[in-house]
Write a new protein. Structure first.
Length: 57
């Protein structure tokens, strides 16, 4: 079980290193912020439409 945890820790460490490299550049940081904003906006619209349909339907 310890070996599995070590492997998982290694994978997570590598993933975090890649994220750090992406966020080092200002343009990449801006692009990630833009994509995240669009995703949050679509999720909010989706739930808002669902609530409105439930209330009126």
């Amino acid at each position: 079980m310890g070996n599995n945890m070590d492997a998982t820790r290694g994978i997570m460490s590598g993933t975090m290193d890649r994220f750090k490299k992406v966020f080092e550049k200002k343009s990449n940081k801006r692009m990630c912020t833009l994509v995240t904003s669009f995703m949050v906006g679509f999720i909010v619209l989706y739930y808002l439409i669902r609530i409105l349909r439930y209330v009126h339907g």
